[in-house]
Design a protein around this ligand. Sequence first.
Ligand SMILES: Nc1ncnc2c1ncn2[C@@H]1O[C@H](COP(=O)(O)OP(=O)(O)OP(=O)(O)O)[C@@H](O)[C@H]1O
Ligand SMILES: [Mg+2]
Length: 307
Amino acid sequence: MENLGIERDKMEKRLKELLDMFNIKELRTRELNKLSGGEKQKVAMASAIALNPEMIIFDEPTANMDPQSTVDTFSIVNKLKEDYKTIIIVEHKVDEVLPIVDFIHILSNDGNCIFSGTKKEGLKFLINTDNNLQINMSESINYSKGLKEEVFLYNREEVLEHIIEKLPLNGNSNNLKNTNCNTNLIVEAKNIGFSYNKHKIFNNLNLEIREGDSLAIIGHNGAGKSTLFNTLLGLNKRYEGKINFLGKDIKKIKKGKFWERVGISFQNPELQFITLTVYDEIGLGLKKIQLFKKGKRENNLRIFRYF
Ligand SMILES: Nc1ncnc2c1ncn2[C@@H]1O[C@H](COP(=O)(O)OP(=O)(O)OP(=O)(O)O)[C@@H](O)[C@H]1O
Ligand SMILES: [Mg+2]
């Protein structure tokens, strides 16, 4: 807005509208590199629509957003349609995007456009096609595929309404206990707390992770999920409480040994890249534990086969 010489008071008004629209008023004075993944996407979208462009392209706008923010974001996009804007969305979340689009184009794995048409025709195409397109089929499409009659359902709610009567009601909630409670304790966090300056992210948190566990940490954008992991891994050093890794205080463990046993893939993968090629990057850790042999490209590539 500054570049186009928009008057200050108009700029302020528009800024407030956008902060309100995306529910990010409290982020107004924050530094961009200190925002969470989902918060960054909201700021990027707000700045893309600040000037009311006639055509907007969103390339996976909600890839890092929590479910509620995803729904809110698509309803913002839907509102933009009322102003006669042209909107193009690249999206994997078929269920969320179907209700708000009018036309669909589907690209095949080799980049050809294999379908172009209205939403209803697109749905019919997806229902009748084998899913070797590596498209994350929407729940409505997968559900419709199994039906004898032709039914067009556009989102999860419609599918739920359609099947709700058939659901058995004899579920047993007592079966929810942790099945791995007898295995070795790997991570034990006792009363841990962490703040960025005075901004408290979590407090008095207790967590046990045992051998064999598959654990999901769920929370809205900005809840502190990435911060929690950075803390458990000893990357955020100024935390309260105690974190043990295999019974030993994480602060006293040698970092080299630790990273041989723990792998992490960051939310923003660029943060972890330190070399220039895929080959060097994947080989980097292997080099440290002497699995990666200098000059033996063929042997090394065999180690990469899982990727
Ligand atoms: N380096 C930092 N300095 C100050 N505040 C930060 C910093 N990193 C994150 N925050 C803030 O701490 C809160 C928690 O951030 P975090 O990245 O842990 O959230 P998250 O749960 O991973 O969110 P998302 O689902 O969007 O990835 C957010 O409000 C974020 O803006
Ligand atoms: Mg995160």
